[in-house]
Write a protein that binds this ligand. Sequence first.
Ligand SMILES: Nc1ncnc2c1ncn2[C@@H]1O[C@H](COP(=O)(O)OP(=O)(O)O)[C@@H](O)[C@H]1O
Ligand SMILES: [Mg+2]
Length: 239
Amino acid sequence: MEKKNSILKIENLSVSYGPIKALKNIDLYINEGEFVSLIGANGAGKTTLLKAVLGINTIERGNIFFLGKDITRKPTNVIVSSGLSLIPEGHIIFSSMSVLENLQLGAYQSLATFKENLEKIFEYFPILQKRSNQIAGTLSGGEQQMLSMGRALMSKPKLILVDEPSLGLAPKIVLDIFNILIELNKEGYTILLSEQNAKKALESSSRCYVMKTGEIAMSGPSLDLMNNPQIQQAYLGGC
Ligand SMILES: Nc1ncnc2c1ncn2[C@@H]1O[C@H](COP(=O)(O)OP(=O)(O)O)[C@@H](O)[C@H]1O
Ligand SMILES: [Mg+2]
């Protein structure tokens, strides 16, 4: 149930790319401490929604509130400084820099707590400590995704938006990534996860929104959606 002081609240949001209506009247909320997933096929509008929250996409209509403040049409740097962090699709990193330098860049807003944050990141991702002097572009896909997550966490965000972290990764690594997200949520991080892997997303999150051609087709507790025949048919391979 929506709490009075939800961490993120999106009201009636619409976004278009020229004639393409990518988001149509989206309503969504996230309470503090929740792990919410956003599932939907390729092209449903998941990335557009996350980018709109970050102020990257131009908002046509609607409002976005973060920690009670209206952030609609605010510049991205202002939104990020207020405690929102996006882990983008395609594990984007600075490939010619070392692992440590990538993490340092993520901490530019919280230099005072750099050492403490870095230790925490190395606890979540021991492989990043092992590889800290390695050039990031030489890491495996899974390690790059972990670096991308680690870099976002260096600023100690109040809400993390994670876009398709499992895309293109081997099943064993996908499992690791989801386990880390579950652990981060247990440690207090509030998470909005966008995923085409509906099964893993529903298993990890407590609540879920289903997107279909720019609209929220359904939403509710992940457990309910997992047991919903329509969802099973359309997103879980009929299992
Ligand atoms: N930069 C863009 N220019 C034009 N159309 C875009 C752009 N980005 C996404 N779209 C379109 O918007 C819709 C939603 O895309 P997207 O948000 O990337 O979906 P998802 O992340 O769920 O795969 C799709 O129809 C896609 O083709
Ligand atoms: Mg996407």
